[in-house]
Design a protein around this ligand. Structure first.
Ligand code: AMP
Length: 306
């Protein structure tokens, strides 16, 4: 039984008010794999061009990330994304999106991935995400999906078809408003859950994340950090922590999802401490459990109303 991850593998160029990166390794699938592999082995589905460094693939393979489902298109270029953050480090403008290999990507799910119990659909073309669900002969126990405004703008109908097939949808607050057409996040959540997902996670950057299920809501804060260097990939890292915890514990109850969003928040807090995937490459199990303890301290309080 396994965790299958689908998502972009990319080159990114990032500008923040405090610095600028050259072309560095990024992509939703990359961040998810680096993060989730701390908790459980990962079977990756993606596509890269001939320009993607083999050493990057080797490093992932060394972390028990299976790359049988990653296609390498030798004569094409890897997906490229570039973004610039505003002063608040919470909002950003996309400067450039070059789909390249993603344009005609047709994922092929290897036979060895058919034991998929947990499926994480990271940010990618919605039709590609759906194709992976359709290729699996047995429906996974839990399908989690992330997406972004880019797909709402160019492929809303396709996106809604994929959303109707998943159990958990993750979006940020502005995407929840865009998808539902409602400013109130509580009403937006109700509208989005009618589109199919039983659970909805709304990420609010440095203001934490909300988990909606039926008429219940749970809130996980983000760790207040002295310095945020680069928020790129925080959402994907959050997704990797969330699904990594669920896949490790094999428990899809609402109670365990609450823990999973704390794990996701803790992992995302590492991601933003350095540019790109740099911080995720450094951390070990001890760092992760120390950070989880900080979260417990952050939200733990007693109240006596008498
Ligand atoms: P996040 O900061 O969590 O929203 O994720 C940023 C990552 O998403 C970057 O590393 C990009 O390479 C990747 N990304 C940006 N736009 C897209 C897109 N349209 N499709 C797939 N991945 C994307």
């Amino acid at each position: 039984m396994s965790l299958v991850v689908v998502g972009s593998m990319a080159f990114d160029a990032i500008e923040t008010p405090f610095g600028k990166s050259d072309r560095i390794i990024g992509g939703a699938g990359t961040y998810i794999a680096w993060c989730a592999s701390n908790f459980t082995p990962v079977k990756q589905i993606s596509v890269v061009g001939g320009d993607f460094p083999q050493s990057e693939l080797d490093e992932l393979a060394n972390r028990k990330v299976s790359l049988e489902g990653v296609q390498i298109k030798k004569d094409e270029k890897t997906f490229f994304w570039s973004g610039r953050y505003h002063m608040d480090m919470n909002t950003r403008d996309t400067l450039d999106t070059q789909l390249n290999v993603l344009e005609n990507f047709q994922p092929v799910v290897p036979d060895s991935y058919q034991d998929c119990e947990f499926l994480m659909l990271g940010n990618l073309v919605p039709a590609v995400q759906r194709s992976v669900i359709e290729q699996l002969k047995t429906r996974p126990k839990l399908i989690v999906m992330d997406t972004m405004n880019f797909w709402m703008e160019i492929a809303m109908d396709e996106l809604k078809k994929t959303i109707s097939m998943v159990d958990v949808l993750m979006v940020n607050d502005s995407e929840a408003r865009q998808l539902s057409g409602d400013f109130s996040l509580v009403r937006a959540a109700a509208t989005i859950m009618k589109m199919g997902p039983k659970y909805l996670i709304i990420k609010k950057g440095e203001h934490g994340a909300l988990l909606f299920y039926e008429d219940k809501v749970f809130f996980a804060p983000a760790l207040p950090l002295e310095d945020v260097f680069d928020p790129t990939g925080a959402g994907d890292t959050f997704a990797g922590g969330f699904i990594g915890h669920i896949a490790r514990t094999k428990d899809i109850s609402f109670e365990n999802m609450k823990t999973a969003i704390i794990v996701g928040s803790a992992m995302a807090s590492f991601c933003v401490e350095k540019f790109g995937t740099a911080r995720l490459r450094e951390i070990n199990k001890a760092d992760i459990s120390a950070r989880l303890d900080e979260f417990v301290q952050l939200v733990n309080f007693d109240i006596n109303l008498v």
